[in-house]
Design a protein around this ligand. Structure first.
Ligand SMILES: [Cu+2]
Length: 136
């Protein structure tokens, strides 16, 4: 192999390490519950649905997997950086597929965003629609 081929191979390896994890073309992320427009009471059980990709805990680098992030009353974060970790960006890094929330009475938005083993959204991102619920 020529030196140029060798350098090119190194380049491919190094870019694949920092590149975002690819998502499956057919991946779909959605809320099993609640549904958009629902009126609910506390605690609000939120169930995450994912098809054509799998759930793996954070830190586990397996193709076509990721873990759930629940965005509460916020829009999508930067899609090429780790998802922030705060009250409006919840990580489910153990591989959980549901949670219970205590929310103030009123309207709230919820959205799911899948992240890879280092919490970075896939490319293209796997996200649900943003739903609005009303807590009584
Ligand atoms: Cu995460």
């Amino acid at each position: 192999m020529t030196k140029i081929m060798y350098l090119f191979t190194l380049f491919l390896i190094s870019t694949s390490v920092i590149a975002q994890s690819p998502s499956a073309d057919t991946a779909k992320l959605y809320f099993i519950s609640p549904a958009n427009g629902d009126t609910v009471t506390n605690p609000v059980t939120v169930r995450f649905g994912l098809s054509n990709m799998g759930v793996a805990p954070a830190g586990v680098n397996m193709e076509n997997t990721g873990h759930h992030h629940l965005l509460i009353n916020t829009d999508l974060p930067a899609l090429d950086k780790p998802v922030p970790n705060d009250a409006s960006h919840r990580h489910f890094g153990k591989g959980q597929t549901e949670t219970r929330l205590e929310l103030a009475p009123g309207k709230h938005t919820l959205q799911l965003l899948l992240g890879d083993f280092v919490h970075i959204p896939h490319k293209p991102p796997v996200k649900s629609e943003q739903i609005t619920i009303t807590v009584k």
